[in-house]
Structures are given as structure tokens and as C-alpha cells.
Unconditional design. Structure first.
Length: 188
């Protein structure tokens, strides 16, 4: 998806979002209708990183879509149970929502750098906070988004909480698996 993703326009990404999220309209049409709000905060144009997967304009959406596809695939293949049916779509699509303002384009180098002017810090926590401004989340969705980094959590003192989250909500582990599959195997 990297090579293809870099050629997509913002409108292409918005349409891909609509097509993918159409599967949730039976239970939550609000998700389908978030497109313009997500566009205003830069979801379809932000990069996913400064130098790793999705380090290009639109990379955040491309990565998020791939994680959501992987999580839906795991849900179907493994018959995973969620608190609500649209959860794999929500968790996969919005797990990295924290990145909408994390980076800015450095005009001198034409690369992305960290934004020193962001208001909220954090990763999983920030994604939960930003997303709750748009939709209500279940406790399971909060845990999955918060702990999607899994053992890549940089503060090893928090690993016990990650373990607790997996025990309470096994889909936390599958969310991490979907994220790793998208970034390390699929390359986006």
C-alpha cells in the first residue's frame, strides 16, 4: 500500500473511509458521517510517522485503514467477540488519532518533524481523548486504543497495566497484532 498510498488524494482517502465505514451504518451511522470533521483535523492528510511506516502525506489514514482491515479480518477469522459490532472498525480506524497534529512539514528539508506546538501529549491516551470528542467509546474500545502499542509501550512500568488490559479485554492483544501486521508486514 505504500506506493499506492502515496499517490492517493485526500478525496480518494475520504471515499475509501466512506466505503469501509459503510459497514457500520446499520449500528452507528455517526461513524460514516464523521468524514468532514476528520478532514478538518487533518486525518486524511497527516503522516503516520516522521521516518517509519506512513511517513508521507496521508500516511496516517492509510495506516489506520490497514489496521482496521486487519482487525476486521482477525475478528471474522477468529470469531472475536466485541462489546459492540462496530468496535473493530472504530478501534482500527482511530487507534492513532493522536497523530493528527503530531507532525508538521519542515519546508527546508521537505520532511516531517515533530510539532512543538501540540497541546496534548501521549499516544494511546491522546487518541482516546481526541476520539471521545466525536463518539462515545466502550470500556473495551478505550482499552484497545490505549494499549494498541503493546510491548512497544516505552514506559516499562506500565506493562503490568497492559497485561491487566489483555486479561480484561482480550481484543487488546488482537488490536496490537493488527497494528503490527499493518506496519511491519504490510508496510503501512
Amino acid at each position: 500500500m505504500n506506493n499506492i498510498g502515496e499517490k492517493l488524494t485526500k478525496e480518494d482517502r475520504k471515499n475509501l473511509y466512506r466505503v469501509f465505514m459503510k459497514n457500520t451504518t446499520k449500528t452507528n451511522s455517526h461513524l460514516y458521517n464523521l468524514v468532514e470533521k476528520l478532514d478538518r483535523i487533518g486525518f486524511f492528510t497527516a503522516p503516520a510517522s516522521t521516518k517509519y511506516h506512513g511517513a508521507y502525506e496521508g500516511g496516517l489514514f492509510d495506516h489506520s485503514l490497514q489496521v482496521a482491515r486487519e482487525l476486521v479480518r482477525l475478528t471474522d477469522k477468529l470469531n472475536l467477540k466485541w462489546q459492540r459490532p462496530e468496535s473493530p472498525y472504530i478501534v482500527g480506524m482511530f487507534h492513532d488519532l493522536c497523530k493528527v497534529d503530531n507532525y508538521k512539514k519542515d519546508l527546508e528539508t521537505d520532511s516531517y518533524i515533530y510539532n512543538p506546538y501540540k497541546i496534548l501529549d501521549g499516544h494511546g491516551e491522546k487518541s482516546v481523548i481526541v476520539l471521545q470528542g466525536y463518539i462515545s467509546l466502550t470500556a473495551e474500545e478505550i482499552a484497545c486504543i490505549r494499549w494498541h502499542m503493546g510491548a512497544f509501550e516505552t514506559d516499562t512500568n506500565k506493562w503490568k497495566y497492559y497485561g491487566n488490559a489483555i486479561k480484561a479485554y482480550p481484543n487488546v492483544l488482537y488490536t496490537h497484532t493488527a497494528d503490527i501486521t499493518a506496519s511491519h508486514i504490510r508496510g503501512v
